[in-house]
Design a protein around this ligand. Structure first.
Ligand code: HEC
Length: 195
């Protein structure tokens, strides 16, 4: 009886291990959102009307705009996602949150795992979004000049409130530039692109 049962048990073991790994998958609401709530909402929240640098973390639809190639969250590519150096204050990034308690290593690990698993969030089809971004024709690179006369080369992505999203030619990353920081010609150029 036991001899016949035992091999069956061995066959079951990989299945059990697999089930445990699958169960450990990050869940946005349960694992990720509480981290943003604890450390970020104070300054990046639609509800609190605080949108420092144009980022909010309590509105999934808005946050989903920060997901994609060159954005702060690149699904499946932890090493390209600036969110991680930003919460670590590494790679020359200004550390977030700027003061008070920092994320613990297990919390950083949760963010890393969530990104590597595809940065899923409720109500957003991240895979479809990535496919769509890939299909879209790359935007034309243009010259933009700041009020102070500093020129950059970047392609227009979108206008979000007071910010224009520009993909810099230098590193192919999307930056949120306050419209007010562009010279008048640049502000007009951004608005024309958005039409
Ligand atoms: C006490 C207020 C405060 C808190 C809390 C805070 N931030 Fe910020 N954040 C700011 C300010 C101010 C800026 C603009 C900084 C600048 O441009 O010098 C900023 C900028 C940013 C930027 C854009 C700049 C960049 O490096 O790309 C990101 C992304 C960001 N924060 C993410 C976060 C995340 C994630 C958290 C939580 C882990 C967080 N912030 C918590 C105040 C805050």
């Amino acid at each position: 009886m036991f001899a016949r049962f035992f091999p069956t048990l061995l066959l079951l073991v990989p299945g059990i291990l697999h089930a445990q790994l699958a169960a450990a998958k990050m869940d946005f609401k349960k694992d990720v959102q509480p981290i943003f709530a604890k450390y970020c909402y104070q300054c990046h929240s639609v509800q609190k009307k605080k949108e420092k640098a144009g980022f909010v973390f309590d509105d999934v639809q808005r946050l989903s705009h920060d997901v994609g190639e060159g954005r702060i969250i690149v699904p499946g590519k932890v090493d390209e996602s600036d969110l991680i150096p930003i919460v670590l204050g590494s790679n020359g990034k200004k550390e977030m949150p700027p003061d008070g308690d920092k994320l613990t290593m297990p919390e950083v690990q949760k963010l890393r795992q969530w990104i590597s698993e595809g940065a899923n969030m409720p109500g957003v089809d991240i895979a479809a979004k990535m496919a769509r971004q890939k299909r879209e024709r790359p935007h034309q690179v243009m010259n933009w000049t700041s009020k102070e006369g500093k020129a950059i080369k970047a392609s227009f992505e979108a206008i979000e409130g007071e910010f224009v999203l520009l993909r810099m030619q230098a590193d192919n990353k999307v930056y949120k530039v306050p419209l007010a920081k562009l010279n008048p010609a640049g502000q007009i150029q951004a608005k024309l692109q958005a039409e």
